[in-house]
Ligand binder design. Structure first.
Ligand code: FES
Length: 163
């Protein structure tokens, strides 16, 4: 199932996803990935369902979800920006880029704007190390990104109807 196929949390769909994987060894991560793929995030309401299916405590499931930065607990903004904070990008100014993005948009990394139009996130290597600071906007990679370039990329995403 692809992202966007389901709009909004649906317990019945989530239960089917969990059921399909529950017998697999190490089922929790594939289940969480499938949920995020389907809904765009892992709704808190999924945690007790996973706990029951895998015979774990809710705290254990919660621990895994919060340990992995990949899983979001609320729907992402319409424009999604991932700023690389990996070592190679650190060496060429990603910290300043991230700080500028936070300042300009009034968000901290990991947050979505209250209007739901923008999510800023950090990642640790986008595989584009030679072209740092590297950024992904709506899944598209960009290199040597300055604060002004990032703003232009966000504006383009918005004009395409992402926001
Ligand atoms: S460290 Fe940033 S892309 Fe690899």
């Amino acid at each position: 199932m692809h992202r966007g196929q389901v709009s909004g949390w649906d317990a019945a769909v989530a239960s089917r996803i969990i059921e399909a994987r529950r017998q697999e060894p190490g089922a929790m991560l594939p289940i969480l990935h499938d949920l995020q793929e389907t809904f765009g995030y892992v709704d808190r309401a999924a945690l007790p369902l996973i706990a029951d299916a895998l015979n774990l405590s809710r705290a254990e499931v919660h621990g895994v979800v919060s340990f992995y930065h990949d899983f979001r607990s609320e729907p992402a903004g319409r424009t999604q920006v991932k700023i690389c904070r990996g070592e190679a990008c650190q060496a060429v100014g990603c910290r300043e880029l991230a700080a500028a993005a936070e300042r300009r948009h009034g968000l901290t990394l990991g947050e979505t704007s209250p209007a739901g139009d923008l999510t800023l996130e950090e990642v640790f290597c986008l595989g584009n190390c030679a072209l740092g600071p590297a950024v992904q906007v709506d899944g598209e990679s960009h290199g040597r990104v300055t604060p002004d370039v990032l703003d232009a990329l966000i504006a383009t995403s918005r004009s395409r109807g992402h926001a």
